[in-house]
Design a protein around this ligand. Sequence first.
Ligand code: SF4
Ligand code: SF4
Length: 352
Amino acid sequence: MECYHLPHQTIPILIDHLMTLATVIAPHAKGEKSFTYAPVAHSRDVVLEYNRTLLSLKKFFLPPVEQLLSYSIRNQTVSETIAEAVERIFFAVHSYEMQAILRLDHNMLEGHPEKNYITRRTGARFIGISFEPDEFHFSRSVGIRVEEMGGFDLFLNKVGEDYHLFVITDAGEKMLTGFQELAPVKSAGMFERHFKNKIKYHYNRLPEVLDHVYQSEVWQKVAGRCVGCGACNLTCPTCYCFDVMDTLDLSVQSGERSRRWDGCLLTPFAEVAGGENFRDKFSQRLRHRIYRKFKYITDSESTPWCTGCGRCTAYCPAGISITEIINDLIIDFQQQQYAKTNVKTTMTESGI
Ligand code: SF4
Ligand code: SF4
């Protein structure tokens, strides 16, 4: 893999170069503490060191609100809404975010592939950047290193004040054509960043843990703090559930069908006709969410569907931490295993 030394002063020049190729989307500051991915108007506005954006890159491929079709009853016509093809370069993306896009690909392309998702995804190129994990990141615990380069075309690894730029794909190499500021690096060392926030078990043991904790008291304990706001769903880069609704004009002659993000922590999510609700308790909804991230899809795909971005914890108004839930469930599981071993030993000792 080719690697170049890139002094930090040349990053805006690189961004300006990329802007001649396509629309560049990159992190920008929003308010005093928050960050957002937005199209770049000036390279100087791009933020390279950030913890996480409020919403993930998902919003560019699966918009929060999206018209699916429009119809006219008077003319008896239906017109499907077709997404426009756009070339976009997503710049300074963290590895957990890229891995979330790859999981979203699986959800949107398996079975009945979504045409509009494919259109938006086809013109997308990704340039990754390393980051310093904060108290909420735990992607290493779900198998994603800061320096994970899968899915990226180029990757910027911060070394001291400057960067090492890794060329990963042909598309990445093509993006650098005409960019003059590159000095090859002969041997680019990699050092792993330290994560403060961790899950106690290797992630491949979590489905086994979840096999044993469906009735755990942990769900009730956490549910006592949850206010059901759905922020954990709506900020999660791998949640992809949506609700579909029809809006009819006042003339009752035409209307549109649209979809918007939905979330399993919201009360109406599992409501059905007659007002029944399959998961009317917070504890049931919290449990469902955790099983979606670490059990149901993981059983078939052998990887967690959580990428450890830490958004659901960082933005939870009740301070509920996903790693704390998992670690408490692990303790519950360990106690169950210990109790079983103890019973066996007692029975053996008593000759039963
Ligand atoms: S963000 Fe926190 S309070 Fe809101 S639904 Fe999720 S767990 Fe509950
Ligand atoms: S479950 Fe939480 S930590 Fe995991 S990917 Fe979703 S928002 Fe990030």
